[in-house]
Design a protein around this ligand. Structure first.
Ligand code: SAM
Length: 111
């Protein structure tokens, strides 16, 4: 027969917010500013091997142009924008505030 301890014998330990805040620093890695994680070119090439784009493409979070450059190399007209300056495309464009797409297709790796 299996016996279980009754709730009266459970020992719970409450952790106060103050105590939790004094625990060691966060265990998740720190995120990079502006979520700038460039896409390896082979990922965009893989996309192009299975997807057909019959018009211009908007890369609305283009960063330093990792995706846009591959698209252009494959002959696609690309409109490249980003909110922050990483040396490629137009900057100061917050795609979350855009009312209309700037091209027929959108290809990006967003923040
Ligand atoms: C994950 S990185 C990807 C960069 C690029 N798409 C690539 O794949 O190499 C995200 C990009 O989004 C940009 N970003 C962040 N918030 C944005 C916003 N609200 N509007 C436009 N771009 C934004 C960052 O500056 C950064 O370049």
């Amino acid at each position: 027969m299996t016996t279980f301890a009754s709730p009266a014998t459970w020992s719970a330990r409450r952790t106060s917010v103050r105590e939790a805040q004094s625990l060691p620093a966060r265990s998740v890695p720190r995120r990079l500013p502006n979520e700038f994680y460039p896409t390896p070119p082979e990922a965009t090439r893989a996309l192009l091997s299975v997807e057909h784009f019959d018009g211009d493409i908007w890369e609305p979070a283009c960063g330093d142009g990792r995706i846009a450059k591959v698209l252009e190399r494959h002959g696609h007209p690309v409109v490249a924008t980003d909110l922050y300056p990483y040396g490629y495309g137009a900057t100061g464009v917050d795609f979350l505030r855009e009312r209309e797409p700037r091209a027929k297709h959108i290809v990006t790796n967003p923040p």
